[in-house]
Design a protein around this ligand. Structure first.
Ligand SMILES: *[C@@H]1O[C@H](CO)[C@@H](O)[C@H](O)[C@H]1NC(C)=O
Ligand SMILES: *[C@@H]1O[C@H](CO)[C@@H](O)[C@H](O)[C@H]1NC(C)=O
Ligand SMILES: *[C@@H]1O[C@H](CO)[C@@H](O)[C@H](O)[C@H]1NC(C)=O
Length: 505
């Protein structure tokens, strides 16, 4: 393609491109939804293009990829709670794009009373189709690994393009026994599906919850006491052990908050086990003190695992810097605060005026604030920031290099353009400026130094902060059929090892 006579759809000039490996002053040309050319800075300013965006020296990065979000899910998590996630596929992806994301992978929940996995995929498609502002995919949230469901794993991956499942070691309605976890890991291994695991010991936390309630302790802050770090470390260790028993089947420990869980993960990685891990902004920016506010206010920050303390935040940053954590996701799991039916206040009754922590819907909104907060903290090197918020997610979940990269001729033109350094001064996060369908943000008043100025999905400007905000129609986002993970050589190693050999145990 000659740079001289091609008409491009879009040219971005005068930006500093940042990928997981480079920081470089390049212009980018985009045609037919792909990046087609990287050229020296300024050289494309006069190119023949339908539109030219002058980045004015701001950073240009692959669009954020958020692979942990709960959108439009039924009240499946806590028995006896009516809490439902507040954001739909439409409002969740709208908020994501305004925060610089171009891809979201959220959950297709399997209903225990409707045990087919493929049915869960079909009902989630019905909710998402035509409604999204980002490209999107599904992880299958497995609550019932019955033999029929396990038989469907092959079709799930090969026909539906769903190459990851999520399982729980907690939440009575979702918690799997160890033998069920082994069955999922074996099925996942045979089909090259990544297993995401929520590791907290559900039996122990239920017992602690009963003990706390017996002592009359109901306020939101006791959520932390019911889920001390040892529960996370124990379950993490158990998940690692179960994966090793199934010939080192790859697992991803989601939303790690506790440094001792992180160090167990690190030890498994050092021993060569394919154990990957995720952390989230709430473990970098919130602490257990945020749950200890007057009245019911602390419920805004109730999520699981709970935010820990200041020193723990530091260890989690270290884990992001040193590669223990592969990805930084939001675990956007929003509930409205002032909503007595489906929101945080659904656990308040006359008898329990500060609610009961065991029934507070667990989760925080964060899809829009993940990148600005993490970027503004300026703790991660620029390349590392792109790696954990975009590139690694694309590799881990089978979307690379179509997503998470800027490779001419190969990568989708999914980009986030930031303001030039210091152009915004200091900005306070307020809920008013966000695009989710939630009545609060746990980061209200938090200062950030930058914000996504443009978000571009396959060459379409979807977010233009100064030029109208959300400027594309819903439905611009497309479903992504995903392949196996290409991070490291995790599946190659499994193929070399062959099927599970029980005689080797
Ligand atoms: C799940 O099952 C419950 C109970 O049978 C039903 O009310 C609900 O609509 C089902 N949800 C989905 C998504 O199929
Ligand atoms: C890397 O980070 C993890 C998690 O915080 C920590 O356990 C480990 O000691 C760190 N390793 C090095 C070499 O710094
Ligand atoms: C992407 O999503 C996360 C969380 O879902 C959000 O906090 C972040 O700001 C968004 N932007 C980017 C560029 O990742």
């Amino acid at each position: 393609m000659s740079a001289l006579n091609t008409e491009y759809d879009l040219v971005i000039t005068n930006g500093i491109c940042v990928t997981a490996s480079d920081v470089a002053a390049w212009d980018l040309a985009i045609k037919d939804e792909k990046i087609v050319l990287q050229a020296p800075s300024g050289s494309l300013a006069q190119a023949n293009a339908k539109r030219v965006i002058d980045a004015e020296g701001g950073y240009v990065m692959p669009g954020g990829i958020d692979c942990h979000a709960h959108l439009e899910e039924p009240a499946i998590f806590i028995k006896g709670s009516t809490g439902r996630s507040a954001d739909s596929w439409e409002t969740g992806t709208r908020s994501a794009v305004a925060g610089g994301n171009t891809t979201v992978v959220a959950f297709a929940p399997q209903n225990k009373s409707q045990p087919s996995l493929l049915t869960a995929v079909a009902s989630t498609h019905a909710l998402a189709t035509g409604n999204c502002y980002t490209d999107y995919g599904f992880h299958l949230l497995m609550s019932d690994p019955n033999p029929e469901a396990l038989d469907e794993l092959k079709a799930l991956k090969e026909d539906e393009g769903v190459s990851s499942v999520k399982i729980y070691m907690t939440y009575t309605a979702l918690q799997l026994r160890d033998d069920q976890i082994l069955s999922v890991l074996l099925g996942a291994r045979q089909n090259e599906i990544l297993t995401m695991i929520h590791a907290e010991n559900g039996d122990v936390l239920n017992w602690l919850t009963d003990q706390l309630e017996a002592q009359g302790k109901f306020a939101p802050k006791y959520h932390s006491n019911s889920r001390p770090p040892i529960l996370e470390a124990e379950a993490t260790n158990r998940a690692i052990a179960l994966s090793s028993l199934i010939s080192n089947t790859p697992i991803l420990l989601v939303h790690i908050s506790d440094p001792s869980a992180a160090s167990r993960i690190r030890a498994a990685q050092s021993a060569g086990q394919p154990v990957l891990a995720e952390t989230c902004p709430q473990y970098l920016f919130l602490t257990r003190d945020d749950l200890d506010k007057p009245g019911f206010e602390g419920a805004k920050c109730v999520c699981s695992p709970p935010p820990r303390n200041k020193a723990d935040q530091d260890a989690i940053w270290t884990g992001l810097e040193n590669g223990t954590f592969t990805v930084l996701s939001s675990d956007h799991c929003p509930f409205r605060y002032d909503d007595a039916v489906a929101g945080k206040k659904s656990c308040i009754t006359e008898e329990y005026p500060v609610g009961r922590f065991r029934y507070v819907p667990n989760g925080l909104p964060g899809i829009e604030t993940r990148l600005p907060l993490a970027f503004s903290a300026a703790r991660l090197a620029l390349n590392k920031f792109v790696e954990v918020s975009s590139t690694n997610a694309a590799k881990l979940y089978g979307m690379y290099p179509k997503k998470g990269a800027m490779i001419p001729g190969v990568s989708d033109a999914d980009l986030v353009i930031w303001y030039p350094e210091d152009a915004l001064g200091e900005l306070s996060v307020t809920n008013d400026m966000l695009h989710h369908d939630v009545d609060y943000t746990p980061y209200e008043g938090r200062k950030v130094r930058n914000w996504p100025r443009y978000t571009i999905l396959r060459g379409n400007v979807v977010w233009d902060r100064d030029g109208g905000g959300i400027v594309a129609a819903k439905g611009v986002g497309r479903f992504l059929k995903r392949g196996p993970s290409t991070l490291g050589r995790i599946w190659e190693t499994v193929r070399e090892e062959g099927p599970l050999d029980l005689e080797s145990l």
